[in-house]
Ligand binder design. Sequence first.
Ligand code: KG4
Ligand code: ZN
Length: 356
Amino acid sequence: MLLAIETSCDETAAAVFDWQAVESRAPLSKGLVSEVVSSQVKDHAPYGGVVPELAARKHLELLPLVVSSALKDAGIKESELKAIACSRAPGLKICLLVGYSFGKGLALSLGVPFVGTHHIEGHLYAHELEEGGDEAEYPRLSLIVSGGHTLLVLSESFRDYRIIAETMDDAAGEAFDKSASVLGLPYPGGPQLSALAKLGNRQAVPLPIGVKDRPDKFSFSGLKTAVVRAADAAKEGSAKLSETSLHDLAASTETAIVEALVFKSKAAIEKYQPKSFVLAGGVAANGFLRERLQEVLDIPFFVARHKWCTDNAAMIALVAAKELREGEGVSASKDPGVASRESLEMLNSSALSTSA
Ligand code: KG4
Ligand code: ZN
């Protein structure tokens, strides 16, 4: 079995993956044996966002328990592990270091290969944990939207990536959370803002879509400022928003964020003509985003179930399995170190061979 670890932000996660699925050419969707995710959302909520040092301390406390529990669910002992994988970048450095040191130490003590994987690659392939997910044809266009990332990635094959668009400032999830906070909703407000949006008028408040003329960029910081202004205007001097204003502002904000994502995705599809579209990251849980993408996309659409869109170790196991299959074989360690080769494009096969 392969053990995978994820500690890049505020989720402490471990997954056990079947070694036969790694060695054989069987679909990787059959490989996941067990997984445990412990979320720290409640610990960070009082601070309105993730506090890195608190998150790292929590990982230190929880990771041994999470790993033991994943091994127990898989019915195996540590000594039966054939390899250890862990996400290494990008993410909060002190949090990554907790998982990476733990995983490397365990691999050393067991004398098994250690694989440091790229967290964004995990999101890029998470839909392959679903049966039929590997049928997404290349070139693929992936939209990765979370609290930390907003990326459009064009992949020609495994390890051939091109970042088509990324955010200049806030990530899409951050835009949801910051706007939600302006509307008085507790962190992380994205899901709550989305629930209220269903009750409001999407056209009630005109809000800007940032850098519409830049196909390679997203920008959400102007939107947050506009939401602050619109909320102040709607309060008309009173301390609180009326229920109608709250619903209308939530609906208008969700629409502005989603339309920005849909607009750039559509433009990228027209330009690059990918054969499939993949949606990933925590914001993929947003029903309106899925609905709008499905409305405008004329190519096959892939998205994993919600628990695999948010941070998890199953996606890290899947990428490590791919790496072990496609790379130098299942016995080689791949340990680039925490935070090295942070950019996804630096993983490209040609970049790796020229830097070797
Ligand atoms: O991928 P994720 O779990 O964590 C990282 O940021 O890595 O994404 C969390 C983000 C948060 O910003 C959260 O508010 C947002 O995803 N989110 C949503 C929804 N569910 C989660 N945003 C809008 N609508 C949702 N239904
Ligand atoms: Zn993530």
